[in-house]
Every structure is written in structure tokens, then in C-alpha cells.
Design a binder for this molecule. Structure first.
Ligand code: CA
Length: 368
């Protein structure tokens, strides 16, 4: 049909309506959400992920979809965010899922469990190894839709007031430790404490606890833990690559327009990459600073790691016997982790070890 006869048949108003309909019919609605983080604002890395998500979502929707971010304790206590998302008090929370192992240890698979996976392996499991489906099914009971949204990479083992030379040195130690790491350590005599990030320093300073782990050099230095406990051990074997998540209330998520859902999902992917990159970029300088400040850096001995590994395996078997939800994820998770270890030792590990050895030889980093 020629343009002229088309106008004749439909009239100008008809043409305007037809041509403008796709724009106005799907006008972007204003959506305002509240996000409660479990972390203090002073930690730009781990709290920062919430802001990365909020900024990307606003920038991608011409500010129509706004997520206001609140630090731990501002509107919801750091460990109260699952309840708040579950009952719809807030639309979403940024947190470490393993904090909620007291509700069910199965939460910890969505974050980290002792002698688990590193950052890349955790991503592989979640995005392409069946982990997301398993966790989404589990979180349904809590009205939660989860999105991986950050990772710290392998953590440090924490600051101790006294030297830890053998497994026996753990006996009677009151230690702040995140997630399920405290369960196997209990078998070695540790009295684990769950304390939010913002409250760790005063507890260690007052002597309420004897040791505390948080994340790694950059965050740990900010919390000032080295000022009251000099011995800094590694690795944090209970957190090889802990994932942080955006927990979204299922109804709030379903009510979002499809494009906002997609934008939110993309923003969480971004936060997942951005946080790890930030930690990796910032940790080396922070570690040097800590050592220059008198921190005694040391690895946990093989004897200690072996004892912890044994206690961990026993713990998993015990939980699996009692908890069908845990067992359902643990079995495929374990097979996936073991395959990952077998793969990573081939090329990645050989490459890393050679580069580390080269750095040692040159004393200035890898030779040119
Ligand atoms: Ca930790």
C-alpha cells in the first residue's frame, strides 16, 4: 500500500497511534526497592557490591528502578536479613548465605563450606554445574530468589593472640568464624562465635574472643584486627571462594517487568566480577602494609589442615544423616568439586606454581 492511500484509509491519528504504540504501551514503571546489606559501609569492597547493583540498575532504567542501599543494622540487623526478605519487609538483601546455617546448614552451599571450592569453581558450579537450580529449589521455602553477587576469593585464616602450631592449640579458643567453619573446629575444641563484621574489633580488643577471621588483608586491615592479635594465619580453609548473594523476595521479583528482571540479573553478574577484581587488586598492598606493621604471617601446618579436613568430612557425614536437603546437594556438589580439583591441578596449578617460583627467584616478581 502506498503511503498516501494508507493515510487515506487509516487517518493521521491511526498512523500516530500505530507508530507510537510500542513506545508508550510499555512505559517503564517506577519501582523503588530497599536493600539491606549484612555489612558495614566502611568496607567498600563487600558493602560496595550493593552499590554496584543499585547504580547499574538505576543507570540502565533511566532511574526508574531505584534500589536504596542500607548498611548492616541500619534497617535490619546483619543476621536478620533472611527473615526480612522472607516476610517481605524489604525487597532484597546482600549477604553471605552461610550466616544462616543455624536455620539450615544447606544455606552454606550457596556461599562456602569448609574445604569447598575456589571462586572460579564456585561460579562454575552455580552458573553451569547445576548449583543454581539446586539452591533456587532450596531457597523457595524462604521466599527467596538468589543471585550470586560477589566473592572474596580464598580468605585468610584470621588473627590469633597466640601461635597455633598443632591442632591441640585450638583447644578452648574462642574464635569469631563465619559460617559452617566453626562446626569442624568445635571437634578440635574451638568455641566458635558468630559476630557481624562491624562488631569484631571490639570483641577481640576486650578479650571476649581470642581469635577472629574476617576476609583478607584489605578488609582485615580496615577492621584493625592486627592491632590486638599479631599472628595472621592462612588459608581460611573454610572459605576457599565464598559467594555473596543478592537475596530477592520471590513476589517482589515476579512483580518486576521482564526487562527489570534481566537488568537486575546482569547487575548481579557485574557485582560478582567486580568484587573479586577489587579484592585481588587491593590485597597485595594491604598484606605488605600489615607485615611492615609487625604482623606475623604464617601458614597453618599440614598437620593442622589434615586434622581440620578429617573433622570436616566427619561433620558432613553427620549432617547428611540428619538433613535430607543438605545430602541432596552435598552428593552432586562433592562430585563436582572433586572433578574441579582434578582439572585445576593440570594446567592452572602448574602455571601458578611456576610463576610463584619465578617470583621467588627474582625477589621482584616474575622476571622479564
Ligand atoms: Ca570469613
Amino acid at each position: 500500500m502506498e503511503r498516501r492511500s494508507f493515510i487515506k484509509h487509516t487517518g493521521l491519528a491511526g498512523i500516530l497511534a500505530a507508530s507510537s504504540a510500542p513506545v508508550f504501551a510499555q512505559a517503564a514503571p517506577e519501582v523503588k526497592w530497599r536493600l539491606a546489606s549484612s555489612f558495614p559501609k566502611s568496607l567498600d569492597t563487600i558493602f560496595g557490591a550493593a552499590e554496584v547493583i543499585s547504580k547499574r540498575v538505576a543507570a540502565s532504567t533511566n532511574n526508574k528502578f531505584q534500589i536504596q542501599t542500607f548498611a548492616g543494622g541500619e534497617i535490619v540487623p546483619p543476621f536478620g536479613v533472611v527473615d526480612a526478605v522472607q516476610n517481605g519487609t524489604i525487597q532484597c538483601a546482600h549477604t553471605a548465605p552461610y550466616y544462616f546455617f543455624g536455620k539450615d546448614p544447606t544455606f552454606a552451599f550457596g556461599c562456602a563450606i569448609p574445604f569447598g571450592m575456589n571462586y572460579r569453581q564456585q561460579n562454575a558450579w552455580m552458573y553451569h554445574g547445576g548449583g543454581m537450580q539446586l539452591m533456587r529449589e532450596f531457597y523457595k521455602d524462604y521466599n527467596i530468589v538468589n543471585f550470586p553477587a560477589g566473592n572474596t576469593g580464598a580468605q585468610m585464616g584470621g588473627f590469633f593472640r597466640k601461635e597455633i602450631k598443632t591442632p591441640a592449640d585450638f583447644k578452648g579458643l574462642k574464635m569469631r568464624i563465619g559460617g559452617t567453619g566453626g562446626l569442624p573446629l568445635q571437634k578440635l575444641g574451638v568455641i566458635p562465635q558468630q559476630i557481624p563484621g562491624g562488631d569484631i574489633y571490639p570483641a577481640l580488643e576486650k578479650g571476649t574472643i581470642d581469635a577472629a577471621e574476617w576476609v583478607g588483608p584489605y578488609d582485615d586491615e580496615k577492621l584493625g584486627l592486627y592491632k590486638v592479635a599479631k599472628y595472621y594465619y592462612y588459608p581460611g580453609w573454610w572459605e576457599g571462594g565464598p559467594e555473596l548473594d543478592l537475596f530477592v523476595n520471590a513476589k517482589a521479583y515476579q512483580d518486576l517487568p521482564k526487562d527489570y528482571q534481566s537488568i537486575l540479573e546482569g547487575a548481579c553478574y557485574e557485582a560478582n566480577v567486580d568484587m573479586m577484581a577489587k579484592y585481588d587488586a587491593l590485597n597485595p598492598a594491604a598484606l605488605k602494609k600489615l607485615i611492615a606493621g609487625g604482623v606475623k604471617l604464617a601458614p597453618f601446618s599440614n598437620e593442622i589442615l589434615a586434622a581440620c579436613y578429617k573433622a570436616t568430612t566427619e561433620t558432613y557425614e553427620e549432617i547428611s544423616e540428619k538433613n535430607a536437603k543438605f545430602k541432596k546437594i552435598y552428593e552432586p556438589w562433592k562430585a563436582f568439586r572433586n572433578d574441579q580439583i582434578a582439572w585445576f591441578q593440570v594446567s592452572e596449578n602448574r602455571f601458578d606454581n611456576f610463576m610463584i617460583a619465578t617470583g621467588r627467584m627474582s625477589q621482584r616478581g616474575p622476571s622479564k
